[in-house]
Write a protein that binds this ligand. Structure first.
Ligand code: CUA
Length: 332
């Protein structure tokens, strides 16, 4: 996976050059409609700007030459005609934009489909809880921060918030949808290309708003099915004494007060479900790559990495930490 970093990365991001986080590189029908509208508004706005600047330059040039003669009833009438013409042109242009905007909104609303895959996303300060709905309760999947979807199938996205207002935005797939406490929101999207598409929270939601990223993995249907089956399974039991010790550390320390690992006694839902932590590519809502070193740093000193986050620091001996890491890394 590519991730632009540093000032150059930020500049590329702003320029829309990072294809995996770009509203002008749509990979689904909803994003394509929004992209068309964006280009239309950009082109119309640019033309209007050029025309207005041209008229202004002409008026300044002419005004200097004829400062004296430009008065009297004839000049007043001419001025009135210009202003009336400009107001009419503005009204027509804005009317066309309004109609196109409305038409795009209607097109987006027409994607509703009862056979879509339902994914419920809950915004938390500062991570994303992801649940896959299924009429059969034993086939529901819970994960965090990484959303897998099958290419070519519509996804019904249901959003809600556990605390403050967040906004779910994966620009290659769709526009923003707000997560408002106490209100559910629903929208649809479809990925027509396989790939990893970045998303982030697009509504300021507190100290770590900038570290509230997610990823959408658009997988070919077979790969998605395999991923789903793997996520349905309970956690891998510890296979050796080090991992057994690691599990003991997890269950006896404060970890289990916030996290779930299915197949163990840990069942709290304050923080992300860790049953298949090792199958994810990042930690702390896209803040860190999911490697042993970063995981260790995160467990010991989350406040140093993501100040204000809800994860408390953990005091562990070197042996306990290594055992815990071995256990967590076995949760594929
Ligand atoms: Cu959540 Cu910004």
């Amino acid at each position: 996976m590519r991730r632009a970093a540093g000032p150059l990365g930020a500049a590329l991001l702003l320029a829309g050059c990072q294809r995996e986080f770009s509203s002008v590189h749509p990979v689904g029908p909803q994003a394509a409609r929004i992209s068309d509208l964006t280009w239309f508004l950009t082109v119309v706005g640019s033309v209007v700007f050029v025309v207005v600047m041209g008229v202004l330059a002409y008026a300044l040039w002419r005004g200097r030459r004829r400062a004296e003669s430009a008065s009297g009833p004839e000049a007043d009438r001419r001025l009135t005609r210009w202003v009336a013409g400009a107001v009419a042109a503005t009204a027509v242009i804005m009317g066309v934009e309004l109609v196109y905007n409305f038409y795009t909104g209607r097109e987006l609303a027409a994607f509703a489909d009862s056979s879509a895959l339902t994914v419920r996303v809950t915004g938390h300060q500062w991570w994303w809880e992801v649940e896959y709905e299924d009429p059969n309760v034993s086939r529901r999947v819970t994960t965090a921060n990484e959303i897998h979807v099958p290419v070519g199938r519509k996804v019904r996205l249901e959003v809600q918030s556990a605390d403050v207002i967040h906004s779910f935005w994966a620009p290659n797939l769709h526009g923003k949808i707000d997560l408002i406490p106490g209100y559910g929101g629903t929208t649809y999207f479809r990925a027509d290309e396989a790939g990893v598409f970045y998303g982030r929270c697009a509504e300021f939601c507190g100290m770590q708003h900038a570290h509230m990223d997610f990823r959408v993995f658009a997988d070919p249907p077979e790969r998605f099915a395999a991923w789903y089956e793997a996520q349905l399974r309970s956690s891998t039991p510890p296979s050796d004494s080090v991992r057994q010790k690691g599990q003991q550390v997890f269950l006896s320390r404060q970890c289990s007060m916030c996290h779930t690992i299915r197949g163990t006694a840990a069942g709290s839902r304050v923080g992300p479900d860790l049953t298949h932590l090792a199958s994810r590519t990042t930690l702390a809502a896209g803040t860190l790559p999911n490697t042993r070193g970063h995981l260790g740093g995160w467990v010991l000193d989350p406040q140093g990495i993501k100040p204000g986050s809800r994860m408390p620091p953990n005091q562990l001996t070197a042996d306990e930490l290594q055992a815990l890491l071995s256990y967590l890394q076995s949760l594929k």
